[in-house]
Design a protein around this ligand. Structure first.
Ligand code: NAD
Length: 244
C-alpha cells in the first residue's frame, strides 16, 4: 500500500454519503485531510461529515449551478481545495436499446453520471490552479472500459467519463492537476441492488467499498494524468493499459 499524508489538505467527495463515498471520506480523513461531503441525502451526509469532523453539503450534482457553488463554499470554509473526488453516480435502470426508452430517466442518468463530472472538473480547476495543482479523481467503472450488456446506458455514461478523464487529464497535466479515473467492477453497495444476485462472482469478484478507498489511496500516490485504474479485491490497483 502506498503511504500518503494528507495533513493540511482539503478534499471534496461527491456522493460522499453512499457506499463507496463513506469509505472514501473515512479514508481521506484518516490520512489527515479535512473533508467536505456532498450528497443529495442531507441527513446521511451530515452523519458521515460529523463522524470525521468535516462539513456536509446537500445538493444535486446534475444541476449546473451546484458544483461551482460547492467549490466556492469549500474554499470559503477551509481556505483551500486540494482533492476532488467526483464519485456520485446512479445505475441506468432500463435497457435503453428500444422504443421503450424512458427519456426522462435517461437524461437524469446522463446528468448525474456525466454532466456532474464535467461541471465538477470545470468548477474545481480554477481553485486547484490557484493552489498550484491538485488531484481530481472520478469514479467511473469497469463499465467504462468494457461493455456491460445488462446496462447499456450506464456503459455509455461510464465510457464517456473515462474518455473525458483521458483527454482532460492530458489537457491539465501542465497545470500540475492530475485527473484520473477509478474503474471498479462490482462493489457491494446499494447501487448494485438486484444485480448482486445476477453477476458472476468468478469473473467479477465482489469488491468492498473499502477496496475502493484503498485503491484511491494508491491512485493519489501514484496516478499520472489521464489514467484509468482497475481494482482487485483487497484494493490492489493498477493502471489500465489502453491501446493507442
Ligand atoms: P451508492 O448508491 O451507495 O452511493 C451513491 C451516492 O451518490 C448516494 O449517497 C446518493 O445519494 C448520491 N447521489 C446520487 N445522485 C446524486 C445527485 N444527483 N447529487 C448528489 N448526490 C447524488 O452507490 P456507490 O456504489 O457508492 O456508487 C458510487 C460510484 O461508484 C458511482 O459513480 C457508481 O457508478 C460507481 N460504481 C459503483 C459500482 C458498484 O458496483 N456499486 C461499480 C463501479 C462503479
Amino acid at each position: 500500500m502506498s503511504t500518503v499524508d494528507l495533513t493540511g489538505q482539503v478534499a471534496l467527495v461527491t456522493g460522499g454519503a453512499g457506499g463507496i463515498g463513506v469509505a472514501v471520506v473515512r479514508r481521506l480523513a484518516k490520512l489527515g485531510a479535512r473533508v467536505a461531503v456532498l450528497d443529495l441525502d442531507a441527513a446521511r451526509a451530515q452523519r458521515i461529515a460529523s463522524e470525521v469532523g468535516g462539513i456536509a453539503i446537500s445538493g444535486d450534482v446534475a444541476a449546473p449551478s451546484t458544483m461551482p457553488a460547492v467549490v466556492e463554499q469549500v474554499e470559503k470554509e477551509f481556505g483551500r481545495l486540494d482533492i476532488v473526488h467526483l464519485n456520485a453516480g446512479i445505475g441506468g435502470g432500463q435497457a435503453g436499446v428500444d422504443a421503450a426508452l424512458d427519456v426522462a430517466r435517461y437524461r437524469k442518468l446522463v446528468g448525474v453520471n456525466v454532466d456532474h463530472v464535467v461541471y465538477g472538473l470545470c468548477a474545481a480547476v480554477p481553485a486547484l490552479r490557484r493552489q498550484g495543482g491538485g488531484k481530481i479523481v472520478v469514479t467511473a467503472s469497469l463499465a467504462g472500459l468494457t461493455a456491460m450488456p445488462a446496462d447499456p446506458l450506464y456503459t455509455l455514461t461510464k465510457h464517456a467519463i473515462v474518455g473525458y478523464v483521458r483527454a482532460a487529464g492530458k489537457a491539465l497535466a501542465d497545470d500540475g492537476i492530475v485527473v484520473t479515473a477509478l474503474c471498479p467492477g462490482f462493489v457491494d453497495t446499494l447501487l448494485l441492488g438486484a444485480a448482486k444476485e445476477e453477476f458472476d462472482a468468478v469473473e467479477f469478484p465482489l469488491l468492498t467499498p473499502d477496496d475502493i478507498a484503498e485503491a484511491l489511496q494508491t491512485v493519489l500516490a501514484e496516478g499520472t494524468p489521464g489514467e484509468a485504474w482497475v481494482i482487485q479485491p483487497g484494493g490492489q490497483a493498477s493502471a489500465y493499459q489502453f491501446r493507442g
